[in-house]
Design a protein around this ligand. Sequence first.
Ligand code: CTP
Length: 413
Amino acid sequence: MASDKEAKNSLTGRTVIVGITGSIAAYKMADLVSTLVKKGVDTYVIMTKNATNFIHPITFETLTNHKCLVDTFDRNFNYNIEHVSLATKADCVLIAPASANVIGKLAGGIADDMLTTTVMACRCPKLIAPAMNTGMYENPILQDNLDKLRRFGYEVIEPDAGHLACGVEGKGRLPGIETLLEHVYYELEFKTDDNGDKIKDLEGKKILVTAGPTREHIDPVRYITNHSTGKMGYSIAINAMRRGAKVTLISGTEDLPDPIRMNVIHIESAGDMLEAVQKNYADQDIIIKAAAVADYTPTETCDHKIKKDSGAPKIDLKSTTDILAWLGENKKPEQFLCGFAMETEDLIANAQKKLEKKNANMIVANNLRTQGAGFGGDTNVISIITREGVRELPLMDKSEDAVEILNAILERI
Ligand code: CTP
């Protein structure tokens, strides 16, 4: 097994081929390629001739420090061999945007340019992101070709719906760069160690994560909430997904994009979250309650806007159900329950009390007063508390905390 550190950094030194075809969305790929290179991924770009009408190969040569391959028969370069050697060393190939033409060629086994010959020779995971006019995308021949590619192991990244460059509204837009990158990361991260053994160490595990704030409505325009952004919970959910877990994410925020490859359930109030948890908890192996659930909710929600003429309203509050405590009472013996504790004083003692009171297996605690910890930012300073003891971690990225939290859980299940 590769060490955690290797697994964490497993993007560095990996090889990705990015295939770009003739679609207006080709211009967006400069950002994607630049991000991959910054993450240490050895990135090669292959363009079809049509793609060069939308963005110049020099852009990609500058970004990747490799020749951008277009023509199979360039006399200055031994491409016939290059396409095979590149295909052999690639860990993943992403064709984005993929035109109807290239999809048709790959599905039909036609290899008549640098991109199709290389992709045909690749044995690594192949991702394909169609982007085109809605009519073309919905054409049954195109859909049939995509089904065929799926049957042969390609992962088809569904296009988004929205305003297309041709002026119509509909399905066919290239998904955001972040979404495309997530698909690439999934193929590369926590995948294989140096011996080629699988290290998707959460494969087969079902994980429920709650994230973000809740909103307790006073009337149709006003609500009570808190400063949680959901970043910590989303980092955990994404890391678990990349490690192979089947993730259900119950989220109280609309501000973060839905992560790929998981079931995302959006809720508003603490009551909604309780209901969603009760519906989904029974068959989970691990439950992680990162959400900042409101402790109080108005006893009544007014169905019309409260007018100020009637004076400052008195808002009566009632306690919400403590979902973590409910889970602690109702969990199955083999289920692992991890809660969070946000404190401003006596961090460890208060968190240890929560561990016992709510019958959790682990509490991740942070002190709101510590610099770099808490709501909103990209970093946190956490302590992992179990019945065996306390592990204090230094200031780090929430994505690194997510790795540590999941490692700590894995050690105990
Ligand atoms: N929690 C919950 N349901 C609630 C309130 C909290 O499930 N109604 C969970 C949170 O998701 C978190 C843990 O309980 O995992 C601790 O939340 P925290 O706000 O730190 O503590 P509370 O239990 O609310 O106690 P206090 O506010 O007194 O610190």
